[in-house]
Design a protein. Structure first.
Length: 316
């Protein structure tokens, strides 16, 4: 093993035969899930490590929180073999997958079997189907409501929502870096996932047409936003395979936009999100005239090499 960086995060190298032998024997002082170290008349419980797959802005943010809570952090970087790390760490405290949405499926497909019961996910556009198709029964889910861009401070729209078997660990982790977090019952999880999906998809996709901020979208192009949101909810309901409380979700959309009216609508992933939504709709036979018009606007803008900001009614 090798320590990297001032924060003390740890990257795990493939285990040697000696490491494997020591792991099988169990290190001295290992009691349950903690390594107990005697320290001046007291004992210090050192937690089992946390594995983080994907060390972008979110992975780095969570890593700092885990470190402040006393958890060693093992980052899985590009080119690292997760199976080799799992040989050394078969039962980590948590395995946080912090890769982008488009990379989630192959990561879960290759996840070592011993890590599957320790899993935590935080992606946008996440729904139960995304982990269930890999035979994963009950991961811990963080519905992230803070924004973190490189070189900028956190912007928390509202408390991040967490549910699942290790939700309290996530709550403590975010509290350690002063980010608000709220645990909810697992039965509320689907609503919270769709609520975030509806927000991010509506704001991002409409931003392809309008540019500007979420507050400007709602104030000046509300009809566009509502038409897109209605189509997004139909797609989400199909993907969730469960009836959704549409009026409640639309009310939440308005509240979530009001929580950060200066949030920039159009993100780097907007075009990818639009194409995914259109593919889901086409596969299910769902009519999405508004989203298709947004797609036509994006195609026309791509031909000129830019996505321009427009004013007015917001109709593509």
């Amino acid at each position: 093993m090798q320590f990297n960086g001032a924060q003390g995060s740890i990257s795990a190298m493939p285990p040697s035969d000696t490491d494997r032998e020591r792991l099988q024997q169990g290190p001295p002082g290992l009691v349950g899930s903690h390594l107990t170290v005697q320290q001046q008349g007291g004992s210090l419980a050192v937690h089992q490590p946390v594995v983080i797959i994907g060390m972008g802005e979110l992975g780095d943010t969570f890593a700092r929180g885990f470190l402040r809570c006393g958890y060693p952090v093992y980052p899985i970087l590009r080119g690292t073999d997760p199976a080799a790390v799992a040989d050394l760490l078969p039962a980590p405290e948590l395995v946080l997958v912090a890769v982008a949405e488009k990379d989630l499926d192959p990561v879960l497909a290759a996840l070592p079997a011993s890590w599957r019961s320790h899993l935590a996910l935080l992606q946008n556009e996440l729904l139960p189907r995304d982990w269930e198709r890999h035979g994963i029964a009950e991961p811990t889910i963080a519905v992230v409501w803070f924004d973190k861009k490189k070189g900028r401070p956190f912007v928390a729209l509202q408390p991040t929502v967490v549910f699942g078997p290790k939700a309290e660990r996530i709550v403590r982790t975010l509290a350690a870096i002063e980010l608000p977090c709220q645990p909810v019952a697992a039965g509320q999880g689907l609503y919270e996932l769709v609520r975030k999906n509806l927000y991010i998809l509506t704001v991002n996709l409409c931003g392809i047409v309008t540019g500007g901020t979420a507050g400007e979208l709602w104030a000046d192009h509300r009809q566009l936003a509502l038409e897109a949101a209605q189509e997004i909810l139909v797609i989400q309901q199909h993907l969730a395979a469960e009836a959704l409380p549409r009026e409640r979700l639309l009310a939440s959309l308005a509240a979530d936009i009001a929580a950060d009216p200066q949030h920039i609508c159009r993100g780097r992933s907007a075009a990818e999100r639009l194409q995914r939504a259109l593919r889901h709709a086409e596969a299910a036979g769902i009519a999405t005239p508004r989203l298709r018009r947004i797609g036509g606007h994006a195609d026309a803008a791509a031909e000129t090499g830019s996505l321009r900001e427009t004013a007015g009614t917001g109709n593509p």
